[in-house]
Design a protein. Structure first.
Length: 333
């Protein structure tokens, strides 16, 4: 199997080479990476590290961010050992506030809100699969736009989550220290620590506080910027969630950014992490989630930045969600 770095150079970089070498535009500050994180319901009962760049907010300045990710999720699998049924659409809304304490250090917090329901896209997705002549994962056997979020094994319910509307999912506190580089250099490396404090209730068991340590870096390969994030996190749970979660997980994202003009870039990222659920041979439960993210990021005048992305599971027989549409806006002041 090809390594993520090999995939980056052979697939993502050529895909993003949509413009000729861009002279002075290549000297602009990076606009990536794209915001992305694991969206699997089985994984979001613990910390799911988010992708971000190595540069902290400038000394003495604030940055406010809002990001929204809309996902369609369908997983149905029954065996002698377990029953998994996820049929839902979910909107994740995050609000982040950062403060630069020194040129190389920032602190901040993020609040995540979750909205879940049957949604409206099942019919469209089934029609799209039919038009492409690809499998529909048994969607046609169940009512369209229904809601189920349940997982059980051996007759014991492990996950059973009701519908939610802008329900607080978690609060995250973090600090980022830039170890190498600065805003004017092509290369940079930072260390980021995150504490996740769960705020959502779960009918199957209580969630617990998690910790993560991540490295974020960037460099340049010709006119293309390369981004990478790697780290480890704890996985802690109580009640019926104990016994199925592993105790820790590693995480890796590699990406490429191609500047199209002074105000906009095209980006591609490949993310993967170690399996988070144990004791199940089924790859859709105990496999390693892998996601491809493609999108654009740009500036909107002084202090404003935006992004829009599409996240797809590759291959489809992993715990990753079917797809996620993401949009984000940030303001530095």
């Amino acid at each position: 199997m090809s390594s993520p770095c090999t995939l980056l150079r052979t697939v993502l970089v050529p895909l993003l080479a949509l413009a000729l070498p861009v002279g002075t535009a290549a000297q602009e500050a990076p606009l990536g990476p794209l915001t992305a994180e694991d969206g699997s319901p089985l994984h979001r009962i613990a910390l799911t590290p988010a992708v971000e760049g190595p540069d902290p907010v400038a000394d003495g300045r604030w940055r406010a961010e809002v990001w929204m990710g809309y996902s369609n999720i369908f997983e149905q699998d029954s065996a002698q050992t377990h029953v998994l049924f996820l049929d839902m659409e979910r909107l994740i809304t995050t609000f982040t506030l950062r403060r630069g304490l020194t040129p190389d250090l920032e602190v901040g917090g993020r609040l995540t809100l979750e909205t879940t329901g049957g949604g409206v896209l099942d019919g469209f997705i089934s029609g799209w699969h039919q038009a492409l002549g690809v499998g529909n994962a048994n969607r046609e056997r169940f009512p369209s736009d229904a809601y189920v979020q349940r997982f059980s094994d051996g007759g014991r319910v492990r996950l059973d989550v009701p519908r939610r509307t802008f329900h607080p999912e978690d609060l995250r506190l973090f600090a980022k220290w830039r170890w190498l580089g600065d805003d004017a250099t092509d290369e940079a490396l930072s260390v980021r620590g995150v504490v996740r404090i769960p705020t959502a209730t779960n009918d199957a068991g209580e969630e617990r506080t998690d910790l993560a340590v991540l490295l974020a870096g960037r460099t340049r390969w010709g006119p293309t910027r390369l981004h990478a994030t790697a780290g480890v996190s704890t996985l802690r749970a109580r009640g019926s969630l104990e016994g199925i979660l592993r105790t820790s997980s590693w995480y890796l994202t590699v990406g490429a950014e191609q500047r199209l003009a002074g105000w906009v870039s095209a980006l591609g990222q490949l993310s993967l992490s170690s399996p988070r659920v144990r004791g199940f041979e089924n790859s859709e439960i105990g496999g390693a989630p892998i996601n491809l993210v493609l999108g654009f990021a740009g500036r909107l005048g002084e202090g404003w930045q935006w992004e829009a992305s599409f996240q797809e599971d590759v291959p489809p027989d992993t715990p990753s969600v079917d797809f996620t549409l993401g949009v984000g806006l940030r303001r530095t002041f």
